[in-house]
Design a protein. Sequence first.
Length: 694
Amino acid sequence: MNPPRSGYPISVIAIIYMLLIIGLAWFGGSLSRDWALSRLHMQGGDRLLASVSQMRLVLNQYNYLPFLIAQNTDVHRLLQPGANNQATVNRVLEQINLVAGSTALFVLDPQGHPLAFSNWREEQAFPLQSQSNERYFQQAIVGEQGLELQFHQQPDVASLYMSAPVYTDRLAGVAVMRLDMPRLREQLAVEYPLVVRSVEGELVFKTETGWPLEDVAPLQLRNGVGLQAVRDGDERFLLQSVQLDDLGWTVSVLTAIKPAQYRARVVVGSVLGAGLVLGLLLLYLRESRQKRRLQLEQMQARARSEEQQRNIINTAQVGLVHIDQSGCVQLINPMAMQIFGVSIDRVRHRPVLNLLGDGFSAQPLRQALDVLGTDRFRPLTGLEVVGQRGDGSAFPMLISIRQMARHPELGYLVTVIDISRRKRLEQALREANESLEQKVVARTQALEAAQAELVQAGKLAALGRMSASVVHELNQPMTAMRTYLAIAGRLLEQPDALRKNFTLQEQLLDRMALITGQLKIFAYRKPERIEPVSLLRVIDQVLQMFRGRFDELDLQLHYTPPAASLQVAGDGARYEQVLINLVKNACDAMAGGAEPHELWLEVVETTADHVMLEVRDNGPGIAPECRGQLFEPFFTTKAVGEGLGLGLAIVSSILRDLGGQICIVDQAVGACFRVQIPLYSVREQTTDKVFIHE
């Protein structure tokens, strides 16, 4: 607080000051009172919750007594006609009552007359009259658990009755437990005023307080909340209540408000005392004003001497920070502010360590800063640490610390160089090396997988299932050729007949070449390049080859041409071979069947990376038990001599090598093959791929 100006009389300033202190004292006392009352209100709530919990815990200790009596065999015999064991039951009830700590236990017959009583030694305590009109008896006699609170003529005494039905072979009677409220109050460990009232507002029991209590005006807090208050003589209390849903009782806790009043008075006195001390301090500061002015002039002279150093630092092309002997920043040049992304006001007079990352572990830097201003300091050069920009991002940097002009009192110069670009280049080089290693590993794994597939292909080639079909297919043309050769020897004099004989032999050789060609296609694969292929052109060429077969079968073709711009990845010859096998199988399946013969060839789905093509017919279809082996080599449903069973195996192998797949789709009539072909647009156009058959 600045000293008063000489233009105002000191007496006027003192009066204004005292009025201000009095206002602050009143305001502080009011806030303290509200805070203390809020704390007392919270304390009362905790006490109320604890009291309810204790009360329920004590009552739960007695809930089981009526049911315990109802299960006793002596009680069951007492409730039988002509029973004479009342004395035995009385002693049993007396022992249970002593152990449990209840007031009394007794057994009633179905008419409410008492048959046995725990307090049988006290004749005046034995209930001679019928209890049939009592609510706890009426609840139990209908098979429910009874609960009733009764008030007696004696003041401040109430009793809680709990009852339960007694069953033998029927509802034979009622077991009752009585608990006087003074005993319940004795078992509650409370050291504060507590009041429990019934549903009708009658006093059940109380502790450490008078009754009834006088209501007073609510205590209003500054936030508008009102607290209920009562008076007991000259003392006021906060009243907090809660109603128990099952019992209907209202439990209230009283909290004395004297501590809040005392706290408010203490705060008022403290503020007034502090105001007096502050006034005396202001007088002292007024007297020392001249001394501070002299000190300010000395500081300005020192600032002028440091200006030259600032000019040198500000014009440097590297980050420079001037720190004092305690390690706090005194000056930072524009380059350093640009590196750290901060302003001078944000870092000035703060430790230089704030410019480093939270997780840095540069122990040499810590050691150098710890010995600033001592003879143990040694220059630090080119230490790599982590810096922290103003936006919280971290970056690598080189830091150096040197003493200025070899005089510790002039401070130290910290040089900072941002090496983020160098670190990024190093990281990029490491990532490139790691990527290259990963590619080598992946390529090695691919070659190993290809080798394993070649081994498996060799095993398939050795399977014996192909032997019967191949022998049969080749044996017939060879037998025919022997016959034609024998005939040719006799037809040397007949050129026309001989020419016809040679033509037949040429056809047989073509058939044998076709059989061996399918085996060669299945067994070997030449390296090929992935190229864009027009799907429309492939389908048109295949359909052109089957025009004569379609006319022979009187086949109706359902064909929707795909878009001319649709290009798939692979080579046209292999896709033609796929469609030729599928169309040929469909024609073979429909041959000899009931007309009309129909064939569907259409594109059913096109996505961003593949096209889906379906080939369907209305032939006899494929049996479910054959579908699992349909794409295995040398498996065929045709008769011996009509095929090797390599068509669908070749189709599956070609599509798998080209990145596609084939599957059979369930339908009611005929067979349906769905072919998925990769689009060329999602493939790397410069990628070459070598295919090796499995």
